[in-house]
Design a protein around this ligand. Structure first.
Ligand SMILES: Nc1ncnc2c1ncn2[C@@H]1O[C@H](COP(=O)(O)OP(=O)(O)OP(=O)(O)O)[C@@H](O)[C@H]1O
Ligand SMILES: O=C(O)C1=C[C@@H](O)[C@@H](O)[C@H](O)C1
Ligand SMILES: [Mg+2]
Length: 171
């Protein structure tokens, strides 16, 4: 399979960048968070509240493997990398691009968000610890893009160039 997976912490821009990239390259895009919400028929917020985080992680593992289509852009949930099976699966089935962003800027981007349960569960320090803990997992990616201080347009340009120079598939 020849997918492009976008990974990164909450607010890294995976969903936003993935949508622009898909349009630019004429590819389909699937967001794992949205796919889980559709399949289960509940928002992520409700899944966390009613079934707990462990149930959500189980869905994440299951649906990552069940995604339809091969040559697609897959934008992932911020915590998909915490399960080793998911990191291995993504590497085996595509190219993994990590969208890095400094923590202070992530917080600014998410200031007014109330859809991400982990944001309300953690204070600043706890969230920063979570970000630190996950960094080594994100850094296992094939490509790393630093999005700090970059506009969405600039990031999409950079990734498009990388893909055109070294396509994960033969055009
Ligand atoms: N480079 C950027 N510059 C400014 N704002 C950005 C940038 N990237 C993303 N944002 C903004 O940050 C917010 C979160 O972006 P987005 O939903 O794409 O993040 P995500 O990585 O998909 O997060 P999650 O893991 O929670 O799904 C959005 O309001 C988006 O417009
Ligand atoms: O960072 C995380 O663990 C999460 C990020 C979101 O994309 C959602 O997958 C959910 O809110 C959990
Ligand atoms: Mg997202």
């Amino acid at each position: 399979m020849q997918r492009i997976y976008l990974t990164g912490f909450m607010g890294a821009g995976k969903t936003t960048i993935g949508q622009c990239l898909a349009k630019r390259l004429g590819l389909s895009m699937i967001d794992t968070d949205e796919y889980i919400e559709e399949q289960i028929g509940k928002t992520i917020k409700r899944i966390f509240a009613e079934e707990g985080e462990a149930a959500f992680r189980q869905y994440e593992r299951e649906f990552l493997r069940a995604l339809p289509l091969d040559k697609i852009i897959v934008t992932t949930g911020g915590g998909i990398v915490i399960q080793k099976e998911n990191r291995d699966w993504m590497k085996r089935t595509g190219t993994v691009i990590y969208l890095h962003c400094e923590f202070a800027e992530l917080l600014k981007r998410l200031e007014h968000d109330d859809t991400r349960p982990l944001l309300s569960q953690h204070h600043r320090q706890g969230l920063e610890e979570l970000w630190q803990q996950r960094l080594p997992y994100y850094q296992e990616a094939d490509w790393i893009i630093d999005t700090t201080g970059q506009s969405i347009e600039q990031i999409v340009d950079e990734i498009t160039k990388m893909i055109k120079n070294d396509p994960p598939w033969k055009y």
